[in-house]
Design a protein around this ligand. Structure first.
Ligand SMILES: [Zn+2]
Length: 226
């Protein structure tokens, strides 16, 4: 099954029928905000989202397009991906839930919008994006922040995120999502959206600012609990 929307083309199966209208609604409403933040009036091309009904199909796709050789090696928390910036692949909610048992259905549009933010960030700065690997605090921070993915997560889980990572971790290592979120949240809420856009368009600037920002972020979360 397939539906074409303003910013997306969404492909789904019978397993998604109960909630597909809700997902479409949320994605349509909230993706405009992401585009606006990034200074894009509209998408130059529609992003395709495919919701896989089985874990096997999702992992087949993942292994074929990544450096992983076997399905067993793919991290067990992985539920969505956006290779190449044009198509997003995710799991249906039933399979998603097996990997993230504490999440509710509202985590699914958050996941789609997280991946959509990756695609839109690439649309907003294609030249810089093609040449460089942005630091993880920026890549994953902007995606977790603009998708609203972690907004209520701390309340829901009843425990707060902590910022306990090294400078190297926030630049090069890809698995400290709550820390990237906290980093990005501090920077955007302290320096504003225009500063983020400058960082997005200037790789040398983001690399020279990151060590200073890291010190500020560390200090901020040490003295102030969330
Ligand atoms: Zn991501």
């Amino acid at each position: 099954m397939k539906k074409e929307l303003k910013n997306f083309i969404i492909k789904y199966s019978e397993k998604d029928l109960d909630y597909i209208d809700y997902i479409i609604d949320e994605c349509e409403k909230r993706s405009d905000y992401i585009l606006e933040f990034l200074g894009l009036e509209e998408v130059p091309y529609k992003i395709e989202i495919e919701i896989y009904p089985t874990l096997d199909e999702f992992l087949d796709y993942y292994v074929a397009n990544s450096n992983y050789e076997k399905k067993e090696d793919v991290p067990t928390w992985l539920v969505g991906v956006c290779f190449g910036g044009r198509c997003i692949k995710t799991l249906c909610f039933e399979e998603y839930k097996k990997r993230h048992e504490y999440d509710d259905l509202d985590a699914l549009p958050d996941l789609f919008l997280h991946e959509f933010t990756h695609a839109a960030t690439r649309m907003a700065s294609p030249e810089v994006y093609a040449k460089h690997k942005y630091p993880y605090w920026f890549l994953e921070g902007i995606a977790t922040y603009l998708s609203g993915q972690y907004e209520h997560r701390e309340e829901k889980r009843g425990k707060s995120f902590s910022f306990n990572v090294s400078l190297d971790d926030v630049i090069k290592r890809g698995s400290f999502y709550p820390a990237y979120y906290l980093f990005f949240k501090y920077v955007v809420e302290t320096y504003g959206r225009d500063y983020i856009i400058r960082l997005l368009n200037d790789y040398d600037l983001i690399m020279s600012e990151t060590p200073k920002l890291y010190e500020e972020v560390k200090e901020h979360y040490k003295v102030k609990s969330l």
